[in-house]
Design a protein. Structure first.
Length: 140
């Protein structure tokens, strides 16, 4: 066996090769008998890609990446109101009435209980007198 075992191996290889050649000739003859329309003996294999999950998930991308709407209208109106209030409180020389010199703050409320309406001149005169008296008291 050791001396002539290779002959058995070579014979087996030869038988296998003869079988493959014989099958190839049979299949070639089969395509001519059946017609090439029925069976494609040389098929082209193309990959099939299922994109249904991608299409479904693609619609979610815009929802995931969407930024919340920002309403800056109310902030803009608030800034305009603040600016208007600031401009109203400015003095002629540009200084702010709310100085940090530690001075006193006075609030005046005038009520008119008279049955007749006061003229603008009377209101001005009364206010000026009240301010003069207050200045005189604060200087003392």
């Amino acid at each position: 066996m050791d001396k002539y075992g290779y002959l058995a191996t070579d014979a087996t290889v030869g038988v296998g090769e003869n079988m493959i050649d014989s099958m190839g000739k049979t299949l070639d003859g089969l395509s001519s008998v059946l017609g090439s329309d029925l069976i494609d003996f040389d098929p082209t294999i193309t990959p099939v890609l299922d994109l249904s999950a991608v299409k479904k998930d693609a619609s979610e991308i815009s929802r995931i990446l969407a930024l919340p709407k920002m309403d800056v209208g109310s902030a803009a109106f608030g800034a305009q109101d603040a600016r208007a209030g600031f401009e109203e409180n400015r003095t002629v020389d540009g200084a702010n009435d709310d100085s940090t010199d530690g001075g006193d703050t006075y609030n005046y409320t005038q009520n008119n209980n008279s049955p007749k309406a006061l003229s603008e001149e009377e209101i001005y005169r009364n206010t000026k007198n009240l301010l003069s008296r207050t200045r005189g008291e604060s200087d003392a």
